[in-house]
Ligand binder design. Structure first.
Ligand code: ZN
Length: 297
């Protein structure tokens, strides 16, 4: 699933293609993309809008129009864009929409699993919609470890689960959460609230470093993610732990282990990322609570 580095890469590629251009013709061929709204109506509304900025918040791609409206695109699992400059788009059974802009070029949207969404928002709806769903941008200069500490405080959930919550940090998903926790030497099951100030600082640095490494390689192509020119990202070749079960940790040589956290496959180094005493204490104190809950059902 595309995370911040993948969506940011798409944004950077689409910005020069779309900014300043008018959506001349829009065809949306899959009603799931715009539901519950009618795809034909959404397409008609989009026609004539001039793009001011191709923006991003977390995993949302935001096409901001001069009118103040915005098209919010979420790629979910397998959404991607393909840009055809003058030439014809190749046949594609998974194409869901095509935007023709006023220089004659086409931008197609394809989605194999069809979980992606296009949402057209009015000027007064945009910021409130996004702010309700997405936390701070981790790569902004103003993002400090105190902001991360505020979002982790009081949360008993495993730190990995807290990182997957988009309101904790915008744009971190399963891949970059694992990568960041390895960089910070923090076990993914560590309760978020038990991290000390130094660990939070390390995690703050690690999240930013992992995301920057992903952007540098133009995101990671594991299956469906593609750049708008059809190319693939290369970040998957640089992963420290994600998908590397059994391979030696680059720091200590211990084989990378795999577990599940919050229902998601999770990779970590069992030597570099140890569960602290705080975790053991919280588990043993919670054990009776858990078993009594079970017996009551
Ligand atoms: Zn290690």
């Amino acid at each position: 699933m595309p995370e911040l580095p993948e969506v940011e890469t798409v944004r950077r590629r689409l910005a020069p293609v779309l900014e300043g251009r008018v959506f001349e013709h829009v065809e949306i061929s899959d009603a799931r993309l715009t539901r519950p709204l009618d795809p034909f109506e959404v397409a008609r509304e989009l026609e004539g809008e001039r793009v001011e900025l191709v923006d991003r918040r977390g995993k949302y791609l935001i096409v901001r129009f001069e009118s103040g409206r915005a098209l919010l695109v979420h790629l979910r699992m397998t959404g991607s864009f393909l840009y055809a400059n003058g030439g014809a788009l190749p046949d594609d059974p998974h194409r869901r929409a095509v935007v023709t802009v006023d220089d004659g070029s086409d931008v197609a949207y394809r989605d194999v699993r069809r979980f992606g969404t296009w949402l057209l928002l009015e000027p007064d709806e945009v910021e409130a919609y996004v702010d309700a769903r997405v936390g701070r941008e981790p790569l902004e200069d103003a993002y400090r470890s105190k902001h991360l500490a505020e979002r982790l405080a009081g949360r008993r959930a495993p730190v990995k689960a807290a990182l997957l919550d988009q309101r904790t940090i915008a744009g971190v998903g399963n891949i970059y959460a694992d990568e960041a926790l390895w960089r910070a030497r923090i076990h993914p099951l560590t309760p978020a609230e038990s991290l000390g100030p130094d660990e939070v600082k390390a995690l703050h640095r690690a999240v930013r470093a992992a995301l920057r490494a992903g952007i540098e390689r133009q995101g990671s192509t594991l299956r469906d993610y593609r750049l708008p020119d059809g190319g693939e990202g290369g970040a998957q070749h640089e992963f420290k732990v994600y998908g590397r079960g059994g391979e030696p940790c680059e720091r200590c040589g211990t084989p990378i282990d795999k577990t599940r956290v919050a229902g998601r496959g999770t990779w970590y180094c069992p030597s570099c990322q140890r569960l602290g005493a705080a975790y053991a204490a919280s588990r043993s104190s919670r054990q009776p609570l858990r078993s009594s809950r079970h017996s009551s059902v």
